[in-house]
Design a protein around this ligand. Structure first.
Ligand code: BTN
Length: 264
């Protein structure tokens, strides 16, 4: 069972995740953090056992059943440069990859920030930013990890997996939450030091699914194929086009990138 005490006991960070709010149920942990952001300290972490309206990217829902998965969001307020905030999602991806790779072999990152295991998605990250007015800038990093889920709703059953479905082992969710926070703190320091991803991009690229392989880039105006070369220090995916041989820098949110054989 997940609890406030268990999470606090195991938290091994310097600053982030030192203030923990645990909820049996909420609409969305990202929404909760946004509400408390003005009066909460840096790194405040909200964890819920279940979400009634879990939010995914692009306005999608995030399946959030009771007792099985991790739903966590935390607040960043210090050291923020609005133009660089989108890179925080890359920092979160490498942190989750590192936290999960001690539990299951072959955990990979699908650019920019899906975590996949055996070709299926086990974790999604939703980073939201408030940047209007210098006083009230903040970023909320929301992470959903499928941990002990035994099955998934029909609409995602083909592409989703949990650590349990892939390894047939059950995991303590508080260990995973605390490992993610510890890894995030480490990589976030590297990011803040340089104000870009140069300190961690090579580690990220080592875990990138389809690196050096052919991918399909689906943009608004065109779809093309190319070789994925990895990210640059701003988190853009470099892809060498098959048709022209030119290297494109792809910005997340503008296109979707898929393997040539399906989701991954
Ligand atoms: C995605 O679509 O891949 C992103 C999913 C993010 C889900 C997490 S669960 C915790 C936090 N609260 C939310 O409502 N969403 C994020």
């Amino acid at each position: 069972m997940l609890s406030h005490e268990k999470i606090l006991q195991k938290m091994d960070t310097e600053k982030l995740g030192q203030n923990v709010i645990y909820l049996d149920e909420t609409d969305s942990t990202n929404e909760y953090v946004k509400k408390i952001a003005p009066d909460s300290p840096e790194g405040t972490l909200v964890v819920a056992d279940c979400q009634k309206s879990g939010k995914g990217r692009l306005g999608r829902n995030w399946s959030s059943p009771h007792g099985e998965a991790v739903f966590m969001s935390f607040l960043l307020k210090e050291h923020l440069i609005p133009e660089n905030a989108s890179m925080i999602t890359i920092v979160a991806a490498i942190a989750v990859q590192k936290a999960l790779s001690s539990l299951a072999a072959d955990v990979k990152i699908k650019w920019p920030n899906d975590i996949v295991l055996n070709g299926r998605k086990v974790c999604g990250i939703l980073t939201e930013m408030k940047s209007s007015g210098l006083e009230s800038q903040y970023v909320v990093v929301g992470i959903g990890i499928n941990v002990n889920n035994q099955s998934f709703p029909e609409n995602i059953a083909r592409t989703a997996a949990s650590l349990y479905t892939e390894t047939r082992k059950k995991y303590d969710r508080s260990d995973i939450i605390c490992n993610v926070m510890k890894e995030f703190e480490k990589y976030y320091h590297l990011f803040v030091e340089k104000n870009d991803l140069s300190g961690l991009m090579s580690e990220y690229n080592q875990c990138l699914v389809n690196r050096e392989n052919e991918v399909e880039i689906i943009g608004k105006s065109e779809t093309y194929r190319g070789k994925s070369l990895g990210i640059d220090s701003y988190g853009r995916l470099l892809v060498q086009r098959c048709d022209t041989g030119m290297t494109e820098s792809i910005v997340s949110g503008e296109v979707s990138v898929r393997g040539v054989y399906g989701y991954v």
